[in-house]
Design a protein around this ligand. Structure first.
Ligand code: 2PG
Ligand code: MG
Length: 441
């Protein structure tokens, strides 16, 4: 180990996220002078099995303050990591996991852990004189895939006071040839959607992730508006610009029963699947996240059997970036893609393990931001550095979102001739292969 990459100091700082809530920023300084910095994001619609943030509780800041987590960086993490090789991400992450000592990361807090884990990666890249994406990519030569952006046009669910039940009404641009073109098309669709809302007297600001506030009489009306916006923007719905949904069904479904408040209906598992089937038939939907609730493996299985050959089925709350859950789901024939959120686990090492497990089973992958975000752009570098073919960041407004899209433009420019855009439909076209061996992960 080179002395230059030995961790000299870890500093925790209390900063604020896009909801105005405190969050943890970490700075890792190496002996050679390199410094890495990263900020923890925060979810609102969370899976019950995801790693938990450490929050102070009480009345100040609505109980969301993170003074305890920031103190854990100074008092526990900094002394434990001092002297470790910052270049050895696994050693650092294993030290964090051991120090935390809990299964759900409630000891140190997943917010403190992920900030430090990501800051370590930035410091190591800085010490190597490379941007993070290149550092993660390693010695690999040849073309580099840039992820297909998945971008929200209308918010919903827990991100829009449950104005509609479905959480994310998004688009992807499989017909675009570059990230820059996909973002141009998205900008036009986003603008067209805003005009449509204004013309029909429904413009009411934006939801948590910057998508238009969903003033709709039904969940399906949002899908109709999305198709109209794509057409108004001069794009062909389907092959040029397609629809992607995050149903986030755990927010309104439990024990196989789904309460769609906006539609004033309570559906059982099969009726919920039928509702989605109707949408898949009527709208150009190519990807659907958490179509059933996290406790409804049976529903997920039935849904995958019926539609896994024609649509991407992503587990978010259902798989919580957990390599073991991904393997189990793949072996059972459930879902065909995973959402990858570093703070759902707490360390980069485990996040990468999850993506490797997914890849070994032919699953698709989407690196994802959280609804509470900041200017931190680490996830863009993870998507490119780990060659994950899709990136989800929320909408096309608000600077915590645009910081990521703009970073992706920079990465595309930096890659030049090596850049390959993951357009088309990078989805797992075939059902997960039961023969994939977990040892290859
Ligand atoms: C999700 C994310 C992002 P949250 O459910 O996929 O949209 O939301 O960060 O609130 O979990
Ligand atoms: Mg989700």
């Amino acid at each position: 180990m080179s002395r230059a990459t030995i961790i000299e100091h870890v500093h925790g700082r209390r900063v604020f996220d896009s909801r105005g809530r405190p969050t943890v920023e970490a700075e890792v300084r190496l002996q050679g002078g390199a410094i890495g910095r990263a900020i923890a994001p925060a979810g609102a619609s969370k899976g019950s099995a995801e790693a938990v943030d450490r929050r102070d509780g009480g009345s100040a800041m609505g109980g969301h303050d993170v003074r305890g987590a920031v103190a854990s960086v100074a008092e526990q993490i900094a002394p434990a990591l001092r002297g470790l090789d910052g270049h050895d991400q696994i050693a650092v992450d294993e030290a964090l996991i051991a120090l935390d000592g809990t299964a759900n990361r409630s000891g140190l807090g997943a917010n403190a852990m992920i900030a430090v884990s990501m800051a370590t990666a930035w410091a190591a890249a800085e010490a190597a004189g490379q941007p993070l994406w290149r550092h993660l990519l390693g010695e690999r030569q040849g073309p580099v895939t840039l992820p297909l952006p998945e971008i929200q046009i209308f918010g919903g669910g827990a991100h829009a006071a449950r104005r509609v039940d479905i959480q994310d009404f998004m688009i992807v641009c499989p017909g675009a040839e570059t990230v820059a073109e996909a973002l141009d098309w998205t900008a036009e669709v986003y603008r067209a959607a805003g005009e449509l809302m204004a013309e029909s007297g429904r413009l009411a600001g934006v939801a948590d992730e910057g998508g238009w506030w969903p003033v709709f009489a039904s969940n399906e009306e949002a899908l109709e508006a999305l198709v109209q916006a794509i057409e108004r923007a001069g794009r062909r719905p389907g092959d040029e610009v397609a629809i992607s949904l995050d149903v986030a069904a755990s927010e309104f479904g439990k024990d196989g029963s789904y309460q769609l408040a906006r539609d004033e209906r309570v559906l059982d598992r099969d009726a919920m699947i039928e509702l989605l089937e109707g949408w898949l038939d009527r709208y150009p939907i190519v990807s659907i996240e958490d179509p059933l609730a996290e406790d409804d493996a049976e529903g997920f299985l039935r849904f995958t059997r019926k539609f896994g050959h024609r649509v991407q089925i992503i587990g978010d709350d259902f798989l919580v970036t957990d390599a073991g859950k991904v393997r189990a789901a793949a072996q059972a024939g459930i879902a065909n893609a995973v959402l990858i959120k570093p703070n759902q686990r707490g360390t980069l090492m485990e996040t990468l393990e999850c993506w490797k497990a997914a890849r070994a089973y032919g699953f698709g992958g989407v690196v994802s931001a959280r609804s509470g975000e900041t200017e931190d752009v680490t996830i863009c570098h993870l998507a490119v550095g780990w060659q994950v073919p899709q990136l989800k960041v929320g909408s096309f407004s608000r600077s915590e979102r645009m910081a990521k899209w703009n970073e992706l433009l920079r990465l595309e420019e930096a890659l030049g001739d090596r850049a390959r855009f993951a357009g088309g439909t990078p989805y797992a076209a075939s059902p997960p292969s039961p023969s994939a061996s977990s040892s290859s992960a």
